[in-house]
Ligand binder design. Structure first.
Ligand code: ATP
Ligand code: MG
Length: 395
């Protein structure tokens, strides 16, 4: 099959938007007689006028040939998926050899390391918008799957038959919702239907890959849209059942959304670093807060801190026991501290005390970051934030 070729005047990617090291790596591979292109997320992002996170390269060169060309700059990684990492200072570029995959099989992919042609390399990819090659020397886009037109139409479409592609690798379903949330694209009808039919297959995927997609989406600045899609398509129930009721019930959905919206607002600020624990707390804290308020009302009393600590502990244990993904212990420990310390920063009754006990400056910083997030949800908490941002009075 021949690709549709878009020349320099027919597409919007400009050479000066391409990372200089990625460009030089492609040219080095080509000069040695190999075919080499930029591929995947970077080409898509450039067409969408977004700054790419990374620039992946696809080439006809085999890993050993890449190693020979780039020598000490190149590290071959992975036993099952052999890839080359090229190091430029602290930047790493991923170079993968064209691979083939059986796109008509419905069995789960266990091995994905059969070398193939450039066309086969395109066909094994997930969505049409992720399968475009950019050839920098002539500044061409090579499109085997109609990806350029789909991007123009803002349409998310699987390569090949959606049901099969989701059964082969169920993580693609989560990736579909991630791209939908990130770009606001419409999903192709067949893919929507396949999501419904194949969603139960999600538990056959490697939980570490799902965990990484969930955490990355909490950091994406589009968490609200993503978690709402996960819930709408029935994935929360399968992956994080503890959150299902809260995220989907009419009474609480908006509260949950307001916390994720606040996380998005924080993440959309330039050059910001927010700990993953703070972002995960945005998912968990409102559930706890509701429970505490209900208990206070039922018992007609302010809940002592001791009970709050216990409640938080059992909520987190419930999350761990029921989730498909395994949250790392260290992350959950930080979530526990970040959440429980809120009741020191903003006591349910009375004024905050400067001598509130924080085990370390890091714990205080973590808790304060989450208080900033809470202030976006509830600006009335602003005076607490001012209080804690001021240096403590001298003894
Ligand atoms: P991001 O901007 O989130 O990094 P991306 O599209 O670059 O998005 P990566 O996970 O970096 O995503 O993957 C790079 C490319 O590899 C994708 O663009 C796609 O072509 C291909 N790919 C990734 N995951 C899959 C998958 N599960 N099935 C098929 N192809 C995939
Ligand atoms: Mg990428």
């Amino acid at each position: 099959m021949r690709p549709t070729i878009y020349t320099r005047d027919e597409h919007s990617v400009r050479l000066d938007q391409v990372d200089e090291h990625a460009l030089s790596a492609v040219l080095t591979l080509q000069d040695a007689g190999h075919t080499a292109y930029l591929v995947g997320g970077s080409v898509r992002d450039l067409l969408l006028k977004k700054k790419p996170k990374d620039f992946d390269i696809s080439t006809s060169a085999r890993p050993e040939e890449i190693k020979k060309l780039f020598q000490r700059q190149c590290l071959l990684i992975g036993r099952r998926f052999r890839l080359a990492h090229l190091r430029f200072g602290n930047k790493i570029l991923e170079v993968s050899t064209f691979r083939a995959g059986d796109i008509t099989s419905s069995s789960i992919i266990l091995h994905d390391n059969r070398w193939g042609s450039e066309e086969e390399d395109v066909m094994r990819r997930d969505f049409t918008m992720n399968a475009l090659f950019y050839e920098p020397r002539k500044q061409l886009i090579l499109d085997y799957v109609g990806g350029v037109k789909d991007i123009e139409k803002r349409l998310l479409r699987t390569i090949g038959e959606a049901h099969l592609r989701f059964r082969q690798d169920p993580v693609r379903m989560i990736r579909l919702l991630k791209f939908q949330a990130r770009f606001g694209f419409r999903c192709d009808e067949e893919a929507i239907h396949a999501l419904d039919t194949c969603k139960h297959e999600i538990v056959k995927s490697a939980e570490a890959r799902i965990l990484e997609e969930l955490l990355k989406m909490l950091e994406s600045g589009r968490a609200e849209a993503f978690f709402s899609l996960l819930s709408e398509y029935g994935f929360i129930n399968l992956l994080l059942p503890c959150f299902q009721h809260f995220l989907s019930h009419n009474d609480t959905r908006e509260l949950a959304a307001s916390y994720l919206r606040a996380a998005d607002e924080m993440m959309q600020q330039p050059n910001i670093f927010i700990d993953r624990a703070t972002l995960l707390s945005a998912l968990i804290f409102p559930i706890l807060e509701q429970e505490i308020l209900t208990l206070c009302e039922d018992r007609q009393m302010i809940l002592p801190l001791r009970d709050i600590l216990q409640l938080t502990d059992s909520l987190l244990q419930g999350v761990c026991a029921s989730s498909f993904v395994h949250f790392p212990k260290k992350l959950l420990g930080s979530v526990y501290l970040s959440i429980t310390n809120q009741f020191r920063l903003t006591p349910i009754k009375g004024e905050p005390k400067y001598h509130a006990r924080f085990s370390s400056a890091d714990d205080f910083k973590l808790a304060l970051d989450f208080l900033r997030l809470r202030c976006l949800v509830n600006p009335k908490l602003g005076h607490f934030l001012e209080h804690w941002e001021k240096p403590p009075p001298k003894e």
